[in-house]
Design a protein around this ligand. Structure first.
Ligand SMILES: Nc1ncnc2c1ncn2[C@@H]1O[C@H](COP(=O)(O)OP(=O)(O)OP(=O)(O)O)[C@@H](O)[C@H]1O
Ligand SMILES: [Mg+2]
Length: 375
């Protein structure tokens, strides 16, 4: 098969949306949302290339007239991906993300962006989107991973890194402390079969894997993981609000303190261990990569025992062994890599690998976890 020539702008290839007409379409829509005479004008910015893989995030300014004066608002649009853009997830419940952020903002002091207007029809941009206020802050980079070095987090004193770590664990503790989450966030209970929220999350992950297989093929490693997870499901019916993609790469920081908790597309009801494992595991994935490249990495950072100790202190709850949850999250990372790999192949960014598991940057880590579990 001949490979398509490398596209001039790989980032744009991720999306088939036409950037040149976006400002005019957004302005026309805002003219109908804002009071008459607002005369909105939209300026679209770019510059979110370090992170942002699974959905569309647009950075934009809006100028409009109010009380006879011209005002300027700084916003971010979260746009649902189109099916032909090879989305990471099989379904995209944008309204649930919007509601989760809104309710967290209304009921806690966790810093989330103020959400503004929601466009549910898809008639403006091709898929639904919402606008939220833009927060000024820095995100630890994913590309290249922050633990490779030469970035603000890596180069900071260890005590500042630790402040960032502890403050982020504290955010997770505060989210988990929201009372009656099962009722307030019932829309985040996975609509899959299972007697507990955790069982329903696992069933959703199995379905997500099946969805990924259709485009890229099967992975024996993932199936080994899923089989083991199903056979060893922890006996818990806890259902707190889990942020889901609870990584420092989804937080805006100023002076090492969280000022914006982002990316709610994986939010779900479930046991608190889901979030605690995810924040530790995401760092371990990056450490696996630096380990393979014989780079020093950041072994002192986001260590499991430290995260658990801080969480126990802030939440007043001691969490037990995270092994099952690490395997669960290792499987989810595999599926993300299956989807991003399928997309890169589709858009001609990489050749289809002979072994799809070569896309799993954390494969040694996952194999070790499975071996330790006797899976
Ligand atoms: N409200 C906001 N204010 C400022 N910047 C934002 C805001 N929302 C998103 N961003 C920027 O956009 C980036 C991507 O946002 P987000 O993590 O929500 O999207 P994503 O596409 O799901 O990313 P990923 O798949 O990498 O997790 C953030 O890292 C941040 O730089
Ligand atoms: Mg993100």
């Amino acid at each position: 098969m001949t490979q398509a020539p490398p596209p001039a702008d790989l980032k744009m290839q991720r999306s088939s949306r036409d950037a040149s007409t976006l400002p005019a379409r957004l302005a026309e829509w805002l003219a109908g949302v804002l009071p008459p005479g607002a005369d909105p004008a939209v300026t679209l910015h770019h510059g979110i290339d370090a992170n942002g893989m699974s959905s569309e995030t647009l950075i934009l300014d809006v100028a409009w007239t109010e009380d006879g004066e011209r005002r300027l608002g700084e916003y971010v649009a979260r746009v649902a991906p189109a099916p032909h853009d090879f989305p990471v997830f099989p379904t995209y419940a944008l309204a649930d993300q919007y509601d989760a952020i809104r309710i967290v903002g209304e009921t806690t002091d966790v810093p989330v962006p103020q959400v503004r207007w929601f466009e549910p029809t898809g008639e403006v941009l091709g898929t639904p989107f919402f606008l939220m206020d833009r927060i000024d802050g820095l995100v630890p980079q994913d590309v290249l991973p922050y633990n490779f070095g030469d970035n603000w987090l890596h180069d900071a004193p260890h005590e500042d890194q630790r402040r960032l770590q502890d403050a982020t664990v504290d955010v997770i503790a505060r989210l988990h402390a929201i009372p009656d989450a099962g009722v307030t966030f019932s829309f985040l209970d996975p609509p899959h079969p299972g007697d507990t929220a955790l069982a329903r999350n696992l069933a959703r992950t199995r379905a997500w894997y099946d969805f990924a297989v259709a485009d890229i093929g099967r992975s024996p490693l993932v199936e080994r993981g899923l089989d083991w997870l199903e056979a060893h499901l922890p006996d818990t019916d806890e259902a707190v609000l889990c942020w889901g993609d609870s990584r420092i790469g989804n937080v805006l920081y100023r002076d090492f303190e969280p000022v914006g908790v982002l990316d709610w597309e994986m939010a779900a009801l479930g046991p608190r261990e889901l979030d605690l494992s995810w924040i530790v595991f995401a760092h371990q994935v990056f450490e696996t990569i630096t380990g393979m490249l014989e780079l020093p990495g950041m072994p002192h950072f986001l260590r499991e025992e430290d995260v658990k100790a801080t969480y126990a202190e802030r939440a007043g709850v001691e969490v037990g062994d995270l092994h099952w949850y690490h395997v669960y999250n290792a499987v989810q990372w595999c599926i993300v890599f299956m989807r991003t790999g399928a997309r890169q192949i589709h858009f001609g960014e990489i050749e289809r690998p002979d072994d799809l598991e070569s896309l799993f940057h954390h494969k040694p880590l996952m194999e070790r976890l499975l071996d330790e579990a006797g899976a």
